[in-house]
Design a protein around this ligand. Structure first.
Ligand code: ADP
Ligand code: ZN
Length: 218
């Protein structure tokens, strides 16, 4: 079974993808993570990607489709894929559907994670993560228990902010979400794939709801 996590930046897609991976032996495919890895390589294309992402704009469909397709080919041994941050445009959604058919697979479920815009800004501005293990913190909602020490891996090597987690870049990301991505909600509703969950519920409750939706889908 393959599923898509759909929702605005800050909705909690990455967090839920990680929990599902652990529970269902599925594999998270995050185009955001893939692009961040590509941009760190410092190649010409990496430099272009870095600029686009820092502003909060979308990378071209060709690049992300290529990344997804490579990663699908590399990973055959999981119980299914969790697409996180992909597709983000109608073109990407059509391409994914073709890619799945060519592998005799399909998208079985799309989870829309719904969160108020005002909450999104609050969640993202102030977010930072551990350099070593990637554990995510927030200045107000979830600071580390002992200043400068990661709760999870105990590293003291410090924390990093994402370059696109500024208020200005986030407004652009939101704008692009409404301009390019939100119509995918109707697209998958019409295909009878859509389930909506309230992204303001506690993390574990959301996880349980998504897990239930995957079971109902089998
Ligand atoms: P978020 O969903 O919180 O904005 P992501 O890590 O998913 O964060 O994405 C970060 C950035 O990576 C996006 O703002 C965009 O520049 C780029 N990106 C990620 N996925 C895609 C995609 N499917 N199509 C185009 N650009 C993408
Ligand atoms: Zn850590």
């Amino acid at each position: 079974m393959n599923l898509i996590l759909l929702g605005p930046p800050g909705a909690g897609k990455g967090t839920q993808a990680k929990l599902l991976e652990q529970k269902l032996n599925m594999l998270q495919l995050s185009t955001g993570d893939m692009l961040r890895a590509a941009k760190d390589k410092g190649s010409e294309i990496g430099k272009k990607i870095k600029l686009i992402m820092a502003e909060g704009n979308l990378v071209t469909d060709e690049i992300v489709i290529e990344l997804i397709s490579e990663n699908i080919d590399k990973s055959s041994k999981c119980a299914g894929f969790i697409f996180d941050g992909f597709p983000r445009t109608l073109y990407q959604a059509d391409a994914l559907s073709e890619l799945m058919s060519s592998k005799k697979q399909s998208i079985d479920l799309v989870i829309e994670m719904r969160v108020d815009d005002s909450q999104l800004i609050e969640r993202i501005v102030g977010r930072y993560s551990c350099k070593e293990c990637g554990e995510v913190y927030h200045k107000v909602n979830r600071p580390e228990q002992k200043k400068g020490v990661c709760d999870n891996c105990k590293s003291i090597n410090g924390f990093i902010f994402r370059e696109d987690d500024t208020e200005e870049a986030l407004r652009t990301r939101l704008f692009n979400y409404y301009r390019e991505t939100s119509s995918l909600i109707g697209y998958y509703y019409a295909k009878k794939k859509l389930t909506m969950v309230d992204g303001l519920l506690p993390i574990q409750t959301i996880h349980d709801l998504i897990y239930q939706a995957t079971k109902n889908n089998l």
